[in-house]
Design a protein around this ligand. Structure first.
Ligand code: GDP
Length: 718
């Protein structure tokens, strides 16, 4: 479809905030760095929340779910809108809409991070001034590199003992490889953290300690004793941005003075290039630096027009993109599902193109069905507001759309575009689950089904042999939370079996497979026949199925059932019955019978064709490999490294800071069971560790047989 056809000229969009003045941002951090507190303060200053809730009381507005409150961690990503009018700089006096997409800090919830990164345009990384970059912030930072998210950094907790702003910047440079530069310097630190100096304006903001809201501050000249330091860091900043802005470079080289706005626009350009990170010190808890952070979000983070349009595909696979204009038919991505006690299913939606009107219908290319959007809302902290229209670049919640899973594109019926969905990692742990009382079986299935629609890294299958329900996810905590939600939201108490490793299978070669399902004895016959080509897909690209049927060798209505059969067969691979990943199937030929062909017969043909092709395509078993980090007093380092080696671990690096040694290793999950006990006994209880899924690797031949024999999923051998 051409651009003109996508445009709908009669549309009389009436937006109040121009798209240039919208910021869709995420706040990402290691757990406990202060993301919740910072988000809350942002909402407070932008007038949405008039009373500050402390995280300690579990009152913060972004912590939605009950159990999040209890655990004190944010695991779901809600979108919250607020407004901010910078008091200076290039956007002075212009009211902006900021949509904050909440992202979790715990790596057991990578899917949450991925899906939110997919729909946000810029991000604030919150770090602490004491610890600097911590392992999980490293993971999230790398994910942001992948999604090309421009970002700024907030060095929080400047009031804490041991805080060191410049050391935190060094850690951003060393650990994240970020080209990090101070935009402001702190005045004092620890209990003497009094304010900040703006390196662009060359002014100091001294907070009045008697006013805890942080609203009262004095603007003064740079304190005498910091003039030299300020000049040094301002020079570094301008030098850094002159790499990205020719006007700044010229003036800088000629030794000419730059205006405040010239520098700010230079910082903006540098940030948008993804090769520069501006850093601001502060204390969310003590309300210092948060308003400066809000200004920086507006000044430096992108608006939806600054970024390349979202990419997608048409039904026939031809690439296309969503155009960020209101005068077009709508296209957007469902990035989060939530069940709201008052309004039912909420679908969080980033509208990439066009104007979406309340009451209109949206088409889902995956299900090929349309559903009516009965209400449109924007979420405002603890409040929600009904809106009539959502414009290009907006983030809103849809009500009325039921048949949807996270990552689905929803668009106008005439368009049939699929936006690139976020990529989600494969689950690494599985366990069987059964309700405590048999009568709850159905309720449990419904609950698990609903939860898997919400969370693409959580899957539910049933064991073909034992009939048990198997749930799989990103870690034990993840599955524990699912069980908890089953109890709270669906009132089902369930017992879980021992955690097992979620192996995967893939293929290494290319092959052809033929499947026939032909029955002619008695009554109506069955006739389905399909030929497929199977080949490996790029790692992490998942499963792709395409139909290359031309000339009707398989009638149109039987193509989807055949592809469905292939996908069903891929749930149980031929090596040990585990799901098959990263392959591409092309349906190339087949035949049909005028009377005997049916959807079921073609589905069976798809199943048979896949099984045959997979056997011939050098199938292999894959196991999850974990990235493990152990921190230990250095006297135990030798013992612990030896132990990791015995666990088939590969040491990736080692770093000693003072007397603490940090070991990084890649270790198969299979050999990590019971690790914490062994690690404690080897280190007299003094070491600790963290781990997160890294990737999948082929299981060594020596272990393959044992795993296959133990697997209850293994297909019966003939
Ligand atoms: P999150 O896990 O990243 O969301 O972090 P929280 O916002 O929940 O903060 C973790 C803890 O650090 C809470 O007890 C906060 O009160 C505390 N905290 C947050 N910001 C600051 C700060 O600037 N200074 C100090 N001293 N504590 C803070």
């Amino acid at each position: 479809m051409s651009l003109n056809e996508q445009l709908s000229p009669n549309n009389s969009a009436q937006r109040t905030t121009p798209l240039e003045h919208t910021r869709n941002i995420g706040i990402v951090a290691h757990i406990d760095a202060g993301k919740t507190t910072a988000t809350e303060r942002i909402l407070y200053y932008s007038g949405v929340v008039h009373k500050m809730g402390e995280v300690h009381d579990g009152n913060a507005v972004t912590d939605w779910m009950e159990q999040e409150r209890e655990r004190g961690i944010t695991i779901t990503s809600a979108a919250i809108s607020c407004r901010w009018k910078p008091s200076e700089g290039p956007y002075e006096g212009i009211e902006h809409q900021i949509n904050i997409i909440d992202t979790p800090g715990h790596v057991d919830f990578t899917a949450e991070v991925e899906r939110s990164l997919r729909v946000l345009d810029g991000a604030v990384g919150v770090f602490t001034s004491v610890e600097g970059v911590q392992p999980q912030s490293e993971t999230v930072w790398r994910q942001m590199d992948k999604y090309k998210v421009p970002r700024i950094a907030f060095i929080n907790k400047m009031d804490r003992a041991g805080s060191d702003f410049l050391a935190a910047i060094s850690s951003l440079r060393e650990k994240l490889g970020a080209n990090a530069h101070a935009l402001c310097l702190p005045i004092g630190a620890e209990e003497n953290f009094k304010g900040i100096i703006d390196l662009v304006k060359l002014k100091a903001y001294l907070y009045d300690d008697d006013d805890e809201s942080g609203m009262t501050f004095k603007v003064t000249d740079v304190p005498e004793d910091q003039v030299e330091q300020v000049n040094e860091y301002r020079e570094k900043l301008i030098e850094a941005i002159s790499d990205f802005d020719d006007d700044v470079a010229m003036k800088y080289l000629e030794g000419e003075d730059l205006t405040e706005n010239e520098i700010k626009l230079g910082i903006r350009k540098a940030t948008l290039s993804l090769k520069f990170t501006g850093v601001i010190p502060g204390s969310a808890f003590k309300n210092k630096g948060v308003q400066t952070l809000l200004d920086a979000i507006i000044d430096y983070l992108p608006n939806p027009l600054d970024l390349p349009p979202a990419q997608g595909q048409k039904e026939d696979g031809e690439p296309t993109e969503a155009i960020p204009t209101d005068n077009a038919k709508p296209v957007g991505l469902a990035f989060k599902l939530m069940t709201d006690p008052y309004v039912g299913k909420l679908v969080f939606f980033r509208n990439y193109q066009g104007t979406l009107k309340k009451g209109s219908s949206l088409y889902n290319p995956r299900t090929r069905k349309s559903e009516r959007v009965s209400r449109l809302m924007i979420m405002k902290a603890d409040d929600r507001e009904d809106i009539e229209e959502a414009y290009a670049g907006d983030i809103c919640a849809l009500i009325g759309v039921k048949n949807v899973v996270t990552g689905d594109t929803l668009c106008d019926r005439d368009l049939d575009i699929r936006l690139e969905p976020p990529t989600f990692p494969e689950p690494v742990i599985s366990m069987s689950i059964e309700p405590k009382t048999k009568a709850d079986q159905e309720k449990m299935s419904t609950g698990l089904q609903r939860l898997s629609e919400e969370d693409p890294t959580f899957s539910v299958t049933s064991d073909a042999e034992t009939g048990q329900t198997i749930i799989a996810g990103m870690g034990e905590l993840h599955l524990e939370i699912i069980r908890d939600r089953l109890f709270r939201e669906f009132k089902v108490e369930a017992d879980a079996g021992r955690p097992q490793i979620a192996y995967r299978e893939t293929i290494q070669g290319q092959s052809e497979g033929e499947g026939k399902f032909i029955r002619q004895s008695g009554g109506r016959g069955q006739y389905g026949h399909a030929i497929i080509n199977l080949e490996p897909n790029e790692k992490g690209k998942g499963v792709e199925t395409v139909s290359e049927i031309v000339g009707g060798s398989i009638p149109r209505e039987y193509i989807k059932p055949t592809l469905d059969g292939i996908l069903e067969a891929a749930n149980n691979g031929v090596v040990a019955g585990y799901p098959v990943i990263d392959f591409k199937v092309r349906l190339i030929d087949g035949s049909f019978h005028d009377v005997d062909s049916s959807e079921m017969a073609f589905k069976m043909a798809g199943i048979f064709a896949f099984k045959e092709a997979m056997k011939k395509a050098t199938p292999v078993l894959l196991e999850p490999i974990m990235k493990v980090e152990v921190a230990t007093p250095d006297e135990y380092q030798g013992e612990l490294m030896g132990d990791l080696n015995r666990r088939r671990g590969q040491i990736q690096g080692m770093e000693t800071k003072g007397t603490v040694c940090n070991i990084q290793a890649l270790v198969p999950l299979e050999s990590m069971f019971g690790y914490s006990t062994d690690m404690r006994s080897l280190s007299s209880g003094r070491a600790n560790f963290s781990m997160e899924p890294s990737h999948f690797e082929q299981v060594p031949k020596s272990l393959l047989q044992e795993i296959v024999e133990k697997s209850s999923r293994a297909p019966a051998r003939t």
